[in-house]
Ligand binder design. Structure first.
Ligand code: BEZ
Length: 202
């Protein structure tokens, strides 16, 4: 199998952490892939009409996307260690994944707005609206942290990708100052090989 990834993408990082936590690193080749919302990658478009990373290419030529589908597919190959399979634990875990993906959507859209959109076209109210989603999401994660309970499943993997991406692209948010539980939790999980090896890079 091969996965199109990008070292800066937090959604690709989710998948890269799952590859490692699921013990599949020797079965998956990671292909660094350039992506931009304004300069689509023609090669990637052949596999994924949304031209997004991560995209997983199976050995039979079929493609799977997006990060949620790929993460759960990989976990199914590894015996369902990262996604609870039934009951409320499953819905809570999927909801935490959705919360983290939503925070990341807001952060990545803000990044595009500030780094790619021509300055004259930028819309501060829209940026403020995305920031409110990030802040609300962080507050919810801070309250949820006591329930993480040492688990590092798909919800917690999403949370690690959120905090890592904010450090990488938005150090000005200084989330540690107002989220002491997340600060302590992230310091601990950042020592895991899967998290260290996938730290975001430009
Ligand atoms: C970034 O450079 O922040 C980025 C790159 C790819 C996907 C998402 C974000």
């Amino acid at each position: 199998m091969q996965i199109n990834v990008n070292a800066a993408s937090p959604f690709a990082r989710k998948v890269r952490i799952v590859v490692r936590e699921a013990g599949l690193a020797d079965q998956v080749r990671e292909i660094e892939t350039a992506v931009s919302p304004v300069a689509p990658n023609a090669d990637l478009a052949g596999a994924n009409p949304l031209v997004k990373i991560p995209t997983l290419l199976l050995d039979d030529g079929r493609a799977l996307y997006d990060s949620r589908v790929i993460c759960e597919y990989l976990d199914s190959l590894a015996g369902h260690r990262l996604f609870p399979q039934s009951g409320m634990a499953r819905w809570q875990s999927l909801c935490m994944q959705s919360l983290c993906d939503g925070i990341l959507d807001a952060a990545v859209l803000t990044r595009y707005e500030l780094a790619i959109r021509p300055q004259a076209l930028r819309w501060q109210d829209w940026v403020d609206g995305q920031r409110a989603k990030i802040n609300g999401g962080l507050a919810t994660l801070e309250k949820a942290e006591p329930n993480f309970g040492g688990n590092f499943g798909i919800g917690e993997i999403g949370a690690a990708c959120v905090l890592g991406y904010l450090d990488f692209r938005f150090p000005d948010i200084e989330w540690r100052a107002t989220h002491p539980r997340l600060k302590a939790w992230f310091a601990t999980v950042s020592t895991r090989d899967s998290v260290r090896e996938t730290a975001p890079r430009a």
